[in-house]
Structures are given as C-alpha cells and as structure tokens.
Design a binder for this molecule. Structure first.
Ligand code: ATP
Length: 644
C-alpha cells in the first residue's frame, strides 16, 4: 500500500517556512550592517584620536622649542605634562597596524582576481593576469638635457658681423661682400663656441658638437666659417676637414659655400661625389712624387658617403690621419645610409692601424682624433642612435618650439627651465612658414592641383611626389593642362648629374615656374625665394614633411607649404604634425563645382597623357629590340669569324 501513498505538498506549511527563512536572512544582514557601522565608527574615533595626538605633539614640540629658546619659562621636569608621549605612540601604532591590515586585504583581493579561473573542471590560464607595468622613465644623458637653446627668430637679428671680432677680418669682409651683415641665431651661437673651444686643440681633445636647427636657418655657414678660419694656420697640405653629405646636389652646394669663403686664402677645397670621373677626382685630391710619395693637394674634402667609400677602398695614398674636423651635414640622413658601411671604412682609415701605407715624415707625428660636427633640422637626439659615432663629451645646440621665453637666446639649464622631455627629439620649423592642406579624392587630385596653382597664380613652386613615375606623369599632365603657358619641369635621381645641375640653376633663377620632384630634392637644397612647396603625395614621415616644407620660408623669408590629402589621410597627417607641436594647419577649400568648367580640358589632357606615355613605351621597346638585335648580329658575326 505504501507504494500508493502520495506525499502531497502542504502550501501553508511551506509559506511559514519561507517567512522564517527570510526574516532570519534579514536579521543577518541587519546585524552585518550594524557591525560594519560600529567598525567604521571605531575607525573614525581612532583617526580622530591620532589627529588630536599629532596636534598635541606638534604643540608640545612648539612648547619645547619655545622653552629651549627661553620664550616660555617652565621647569624642566614639567615638560612631560605637555607631552603625552605614550598615548601618542599607542595611537600611532594602532593606526599603522590598521592601515597595513587594510592594504593586505586589498592586495589579497587583487591577487585572487589574477588567479587562474576554474570553469566546469577546465582551468582557463592567463585570465586576468594582465598587470599594467610601471612606465619606465627615460633618463637622458646630461649633455642632451643641458643644451644651448637657439632662437628660431630670424626677424630680430642681434649679432652684427662687424661685432663678432672672434672671426678674422678677411672672413668678415667676405661675409659683407656676400650680403651677410648680421648672423643668424645658430651662427651667433655655434661659430664663436667652435673657435673658442678649438684654441687649445693642440694640447687637449675638443668636444664634439650636435646642432639641430630649422631648415633655412643658416647651418652651413655655422661650420664653414670656423673651419676655414681654423685651417688658415697650417702651412703644409693635408686633408684637415672632411664634410659628408647625403646627395650629390647637396655636396655641390656646400662645396660652393666653401669655395666662396676660402677665396684669397691658402686653403684648397675639393668635391668627390661622382659628378666627375673617378680618375679626375683622384687627381684633384693628391699627387705623387719620387721624394715625398703621395702629397695631398687639398685641405677640405666635401663628399657623399658612397663616393667616399669608393675612394677609401681604391685611392692609394688617401690619408685622413690629419683630420681636424669631421662634419656630417644632414646627419640623421647620412647615418641612415648604411649601404656602403661608410662609417666602418672611415674609422678604419682615420685610425693609425688603417692608415695609408705610404709613411712620410709628417705621418710620424701623432694627431688628435677629429672633432665631429653633426648638423640637421631633424637631428636624432636619441642617444642610442648617436652612440655609433662615439661622440666625445658632446655639446648640443638645439632650437625649441617657441611658446614661452625659452628662446631668449640664453644658455638654459633645460631640466629646470625648458623641460627636456618636452623638446628632446622635437623638430622645429621656421617661424615664417605657413602650412595648409587641401582635401581631395584621388581621381580629382590633378585637377584640384591645377585649379589651385591657377587661382593662386603660383610661380617658383616645388611639387613633391612619391615616385619617379608619378613625377613624370604629373609633369606631362600639367604641361597639357597649362598648354605650355607656364614652364613645368621634372627632376629626379634618374637624370644625369649635369641635367640636374642645369635644372637646379634654372629654377633658382626663376626660369622654371613648377618644378616637380621626388624626395631626392627634399633635403638641404637652397633655392632662394621659393613661393610655395606642394606635397602632392602625402608625406609618410614627419621628417620628410619638414624637409620638403623647408625648401620655402628660408633665411627669414615667408613661405607656404600645402599638402594634398585624401580624406583618409587627414587624421594621420594631423597626428604627424602634432609631434612637432603644430596644431594650426588650416584647410583650403576648393568647391568641386569650381572644377566643373575644367572637365573637358581635363579629359583632353588625360588623353594626351595616355598618348604620350604610350609613345614613350613604344620608343623604349624599340630601343630594347634594337639593342637586342645588335647583340644577336654581333654574336652571329662572331660565330662566322670563328668558323672562318
Ligand atoms: N647671416 C645670414 N644672413 C643672410 N642670409 C644668410 C645668412 N646665413 C645664411 N644665409 C642664407 O640663408 C639660406 C639658408 O642657409 P642654409 O642653406 O645654410 O640653411 P640650413 O640651415 O643649412 O638649411 P637646411 O636645413 O634646409 O639644409 C642660404 O641661402 C644662405 O645663403
């Protein structure tokens, strides 16, 4: 029968049970709240007691002090009345225990979080194990945090050439002849420092120098003038200064400046950059005679890194042991050029072990290592990168973004006055540079460019693209659009050196309106009075942008830099500029409606571009065929001859 007994559920009974359970739960919670409240009150009381105790201690100390100073007269044994020392110590100990206990609990809680999580028997590893690492604070060497600050203000020049008597008379008059009356800030700081610090170079090593100053601020004269002046003392010829540059065009430019300021002196300068044949360059550097062996014909050698390595390897008698100065202009770019391992070869050559085998009596004298002088508008101030040059007690001259009185031209303790972290590695641009951008889609970009040049009536404008091919196509297209009403030329590393030189000279003279180029021309080249620099292809790096834009707004003149950007590139571009504290880049708006009337002209120009490119391709093909044909014919002829 028991099998048929049904255990029925008694609802009333169950309700009573639930009620009892709920009220006991509530009681537990209320008790807990009450307990916590008491604990909190206790804690507050303790804290209050500690506060009071601390107050009393302070008062007691004050009274003790006053007693010592005889302000309050109290008998010595009564001092304890004022100081309830035991009580204070007790409270402080209790408080300390409490704080440690709380911290312990907190940490325990955190630790539990980062322990592996167990879900249904599976242990999930690595969950919540992420812990934020403390940020490592960059500690820079002292020479980087204590630079001499260079002003970027080229409008208010204070140092007259005639006042800087540390520069000799001959050079001062040459400066005058070349239209230099006042020194730019970088020159006013660096030139006297170099001359002064080289006074005792015969008996002690001179500090190496790094100079970071904006484009067009006159860095070239900062090393040319002191070197020329300091080499005048020598009576026999040796290569005393080696100046390394990243490109042929730049080497030619710096060579020109040296030529100008060595006029009328006994100093000889030579350039080796590949513009002349190897043999011609060798003959310009040295000569050989029976009695003395190899003799240097020059004092200053200006070169590109690549060509220098060629000569170090193949020009017998090239002696760099007497080098007083090693200048690396556009240093960050030259140091990036590891192509020929130029630094290794140079070091080998300068150090006695790698010296020329031809020893003459002068070579027996020991010579100090050359003073290294590094210049750039975007000089790396990363100690690790500069490490490879093993700089000796380096001295940094740098300009900072002008936002306070930092640019007063005074020597600053950067740690205190200009926070080093805020300017180290930050690049500055000329004050006279205005920067803008134009948003455009890829298909309308050439038309936008045409419209902008036309509406602004731009002359002497440099346009940068990202490749030789893009430069070529844009040149053809713009020529067609402007229907040869203005002169449009292209320049790239693919051209022969002579053609490049001719184009650079023509553009400098203002005979070319639009010069389209790759980044090969972005660095260092000094075209006077460039009205506008257009970045037709968005620059990938801040350095690229700074050097491109730096072809205008030089030597205190006003200039404009305009960048063409696709909507997706605007954010990145602004981010790049922010790295140099630039936030005021304005947008130029060209309504697409303004482009509509140019539609037909644009279509025709594109057609013309297509035809020109096709014709050029055909020409190349024919030339290749012809060359191949000649080869096969000559091969056949050779075979015939062999048969005969
Ligand atoms: N004190 C001066 N007074 C007038 N013009 C000057 C002075 N110093 C230099 N210049 C001129 O300023 C121009 C820019 O100088 P320089 O080429 O040396 O600049 P830079 O700082 O080397 O620029 P970049 O970083 O682009 O190579 C040159 O045309 C030069 O002749």
């Amino acid at each position: 029968m028991e099998l048929f007994v049904v255990n029925r559920h008694d609802e009333e009974e169950s309700k009573d049970e639930n009620k009892a359970e709920e009220s006991s739960k509530l009681n537990r919670v209320l008790k807990k709240i009450e307990k916590n409240k008491k604990l909190r009150n206790k804690q507050k009381e303790k804290e209050q007691k500690i506060k009071e105790a601390i107050q009393r201690t302070t008062q007691a100390r004050q009274i003790k002090r006053e007693i010592k100073q005889n302000i309050v007269k109290v008998p010595e044994n009564n001092i304890d009345e004022f100081v309830d020392k035991e009580l204070i110590d007790k409270h402080i100990d209790e408080y300390k225990d409490q704080v440690t206990d709380n911290k312990h609990k907190e940490n325990k809680g955190k630790k539990r979080k980062s322990e592996p999580v167990d879900i249904e028997g599976f242990t999930i590893l690595g969950v919540d194990n992420f812990q934020k690492k403390a940020k490592v604070k960059r500690v820079l060497p002292r020479w980087l945090t204590n630079p001499t600050i260079i002003s970027v203000n080229l409008q208010k020049l204070e140092t007259k050439v005639s006042d800087l008597k540390i520069i000799d008379k001959q050079l001062r008059s040459l400066l005058k002849v070349n239209g230099v009356d006042k020194f730019f800030p970088v020159q006013a700081k660096v030139i006297p420092w170099l001359i002064q610090n080289n006074k005792y170079s015969d008996i002690m090593f001179t500090r190496d120098v790094c100079v970071s100053a904006p484009t067009g601020s006159g860095k070239t004269l900062s090393f040319v003038l002191p070197i020329v002046q300091m080499l005048k003392k020598y009576t026999f010829k040796k290569i005393r200064a080696l100046v390394i540059l990243p490109t042929q065009d730049l080497a030619r430019q710096v060579f020109g400046t040296f030529k100008t300021y060595t006029e009328g002196t006994n100093i000889d300068v030579c350039i080796i950059s590949g513009q002349n044949s190897f043999e011609v360059e060798q003959k310009q550097i040295l000569t050989k005679n029976e009695a003395w062996g190899y003799i240097s014909k020059i004092d200053i050698l200006v070169c590109t890194a690549g060509r220098l390595v060629d000569h170090l390897k193949s020009t017998e008698g090239l002696d760099l042991q007497y080098l007083d100065f090693l200048v690396i202009d556009e240093a960050d770019r030259v140091l990036e050029n590891i192509q020929n391992d130029w630094l290794y070869h140079l070091e080998k050559h300068i150090s006695p072990e790698g010296a020329s085998k031809i020893l003459n009596q002068f070579a027996l004298q020991k010579h100090r290592p050359p003073q290294k002088l590094l210049f750039s508008a975007t000089l790396s101030q990363d100690p690790e990168k500069l490490q490879q040059l093993s700089l000796f007690q380096p001295k940094l001259f740098t300009s900072v973004v002008e936002n306070n009185d930092a640019n007063d031209g005074m020597e600053h303790n950067a740690v205190e006055e200009v926070k080093s972290d805020t300017f180290i590695g930050k690049y500055t641009t000329p004050n006279e540079l205005t920067e803008k951008y134009i948003e455009t889609s890829a298909d309308l970009k050439p038309l936008m460019l045409y419209k902008y040049i036309q509406q602004e009536n731009l002359k002497k404008t440099l346009i940068f693209t990202h490749s030789v091919e893009s430069t070529h196509r844009l040149t053809i297209l713009l020529r067609a659009m402007f229907q040869n009403k203005i002169s449009v030329e292209e320049i790239s590393s693919h051209l022969q050196p002579k053609s490049r030189v001719a184009l650079i000279d023509k553009f400098s003279k203002g005979e070319i309106d639009l010069l389209i180029s790759t980044d090969a021309l972005a660095r260092g080249i000094d075209f006077p009075g460039v009205q506008c620099v257009i970045s037709y292809s968005a620059p990938k790096y801040l350095k690229t942008y700074i050097h491109r834009a730096g072809r205008t707004a030089r030597a205190g003149e006003n200039g404009l830099a305009v960048t063409f950007l696709h909507s997706s590139q605007i954010g990145k571009f602004k981010e790049l500029l922010q790295q140099a504290d630039k936030t005021d880049v304005l947008e130029i708006k060209i309504p697409e409606d303004d482009l509509e009337p140019l539609g037909e002209q644009y279509k025709d120009s594109l057609e013309s571009l297509r035809k020109t490119v096709e014709a050029e391709d055909r020409q190349v093909l024919n030339r290749t065929k012809l060359a191949k044909g000649k080869k096969t014919v000559s091969k056949r002829n050779r075979k015939k001859l062999a048969v005969k």
